[in-house]
Ligand binder design. Structure first.
Ligand code: FEO
Length: 167
């Protein structure tokens, strides 16, 4: 039903989503270490969402009758130069994931793989959301600049995040 090339690409994306979960978990630990508990909680939820993304690929690969092939997950960085730098790194990471999803979609289209193409639509939409959310947070950091009070408020705000149900 799906080509060997597509099977390899889907398994690679499963690994990339697990790495995303891992990098945000590492960011959560970093924020906890510098006592920004709201940002730590936000990143932990982001990590949980990424794990759910990985499971969507896991379930899809099995549903189309293919074999899941789990690979080693790379070490994420353990610290960043500043809270803003961590979120800027998250935005850069999300942009790289968007490119991966677009490349996967291009592959599905070129192979006339309608099932995979339709499955990927959710991720195309999700990446627009993810990039927009993180870009807004980076803009908030730019607004507050060096204000300790601003950082405190932003931490409180991000700590209010609740988990979004995955569809
Ligand atoms: Fe699963 Fe944030 O992309």
């Amino acid at each position: 039903m799906i080509s060997d090339k597509m099977k390899v690409a889907l398994n690679e994306q499963l690994n990339a989503e697990l790495y995303s979960s891992y990098i945000y978990l590492s960011m959560s630990a970093y924020f906890d270490d510098i006592n920004l508990k709201g940002m730590a909680a936000w990143m932990k939820m982001q990590s949980t969402e990424e794990y759910a993304h990985a499971m969507k690929f896991f379930d899809f690969i099995i549903r189309v009758g293919e074999r899941v092939n789990l690979k080693q997950i790379d070490n994420p960085p353990a610290s960043w130069d500043s809270p803003q730098a961590a979120f800027e790194s998250a935005l850069k990471h999300e942009k790289s994931i968007t490119k991966r999803i677009n490349d996967l979609t291009d592959l599905a289209i070129s192979e006339k793989d309608h099932a995979t193409n339709t499955f990927l639509h959710w991720f195309v939409d999700e990446q627009v959301e993810e990039e927009s959310t993180v870009a807004d947070i980076v803009e908030n950091f730019k607004l507050i600049a060096d204000s300790k009070g601003g950082l405190f408020m932003l931490d409180k705000e991000l700590g209010k995040r609740t988990i979004m149900p995955q569809q």
